[in-house]
Ligand binder design. Structure first.
Ligand SMILES: C[S@@+](CC[C@H](N)C(=O)[O-])C[C@H]1O[C@@H](n2cnc3c(N)ncnc32)[C@H](O)[C@@H]1O
Length: 368
């Protein structure tokens, strides 16, 4: 079993994953394609960032004019407040600036603002960014960053993994548009699920499977699978199950899934466990099990359980979300059948006389 200190260290370093430029670009492009004016005249806040090497700051600064932004603000967290300690070296950009302060560079957050052409070259871009030390350490929960949040129209970032729930609640309480990246399973958190169910938050569209590579600090111990060092010595890790979470509209979510009827699925499905079999009913919830999103029967009117990855294809005009197995499963039925509690609230299937616990499922129903 993992010892708690080790677990805490791992959790702390999981807060230091830096998003790559092309991942940001691919995702934001989808919103621009759907509505070219989505950011026009708007203020974007990039909190929990490290503006000097953040690709979020670079990307939005480079596209400031094209998107018609009013103001771009990014804030970073003080090195000494981070839970994961690594050797901190301020960049030349900072040390060569007359404002450089040896103490503040470690204990204060930094703020970068872009709202006008300071270089006089007729464009607003990354060269026009103005920076300063913050009053505090840049914690998103501080009054200082809350004021910036309240002034912004959009909050966009990759928040610290260990504070994902708190971060989401922080955005929602201010009722802001957002685009954040996190683990796909976060949808089952009590802060997140009501938003998914109520169509107030959905998955973004550029990541629907596989894994994504994130840059990690140079000292990051490469003891996990899926790492790489590039030709400049920068380290990257591949992370599974990553998704964008947003309440900004995009085109993919309005495209209904093309589906076959139940009879056709049973006849023609390319899934061996669907073809030639009846759809099974759960033992502890009144719904049928649909093990794959592309095996959802188009003509079934009742409730169906589907894997969470259904959300990659979810079109709210086609289906409604009823709940998820963690909330809906009747565990008394399992206790009565097994004489003991099962392994946590999930839907169960009777397979060859054995009660089998499934992965997390979403319960959905065709939109009337
Ligand atoms: C997952 S990293 C992502 C950084 C950047 N947004 C990117 O994707 O390139 C999250 C950052 O938030 C910082 N952080 C951790 N706790 C924080 C807090 N309470 N307030 C603000 N930032 C925090 C971490 O130190 C880390 O730099």
């Amino acid at each position: 079993m993992e010892n708690t200190n080790l677990g805490a260290a791992r959790a702390a370093r999981n807060d230091e994953f830096y998003t790559q430029y092309h991942d940001i670009e691919r995702e934001v492009n989808a919103y621009i394609e759907y509505d070219p004016d989505v950011f026009r005249g708007k203020t974007i806040l990039l909190p929990c960032d490290d503006p000097e090497w953040s690709n979020f700051t670079k990307y939005f600064a480079q596209n400031f004019d094209r998107f018609g932004l009013k103001r771009l603000i990014s804030t970073s967290f003080a090195p000494e407040s981070k839970r994961y300690s690594f050797t901190y070296e301020p960049t030349l950009f900072e040390t060569l600036d007359p404002r450089f302060d040896e103490d503040m560079t470690k204990t204060r957050g930094k703020i970068f603002i872009l709202d006008k052409d300071n270089t006089g070259d007729g464009r607003i871009d990354v060269n026009d960014l103005q920076w300063d030390y913050m009053e505090g350490d840049g914690d998103f929960r501080s009054d200082e960053v809350k004021r910036l949040r309240d002034e912004a129209d959009f909050i966009i970032t990759n928040p610290p993994f260990s504070l994902f729930r708190e971060f989401l609640a922080w955005i929602v309480e201010a009722d802001k548009k957002f685009l954040i990246i996190g683990n796909m399973n976060a949808i089952c958190y009590k802060e997140a699920f009501p938003l998914i169910k109520g169509n107030k938050m959905w998955y973004g569209c550029s990541i629907t499977g596989g894994d994504r590579e994130f840059r990690v600090p140079d000292e990051y111990p490469l003891d996990a699978a899926g790492w790489r060092i590039d030709e400049n010595g920068k380290k990257y890790l591949r992370i599974k199950g990553v998704r964008w979470f947003t309440n900004i509209d995009h085109g993919r979510r309005h495209q209904p899934l093309p589906l076959m009827t139940m009879a056709d699925n049973i006849k023609f499905s390319h899934h061996k466990d669907v073809r030639g079999h009846d759809y099974q009913r759960y033992y502890n919830y009144d719904a049928i099990e649909v093990p794959y999103t592309d095996a959802i029967p188009s003509d079934y009117e009742g409730v169906m359980g589907v894997p969470i990855s259904f959300l990659d294809k979810y079109c709210p005009e086609q289906f409604e979300i009823v709940g998820h197995s963690l909330q809906l499963a009747d565990m008394n039925a399992i206790k009565a059948a097994l004489g003991k509690a099962g392994g946590g609230p999930r839907f169960y299937l009777m397979k060859d006389g054995v009660l089998t616990r499934l992965y997390e499922r979403l319960a959905i129903r065709k939109k009337q």
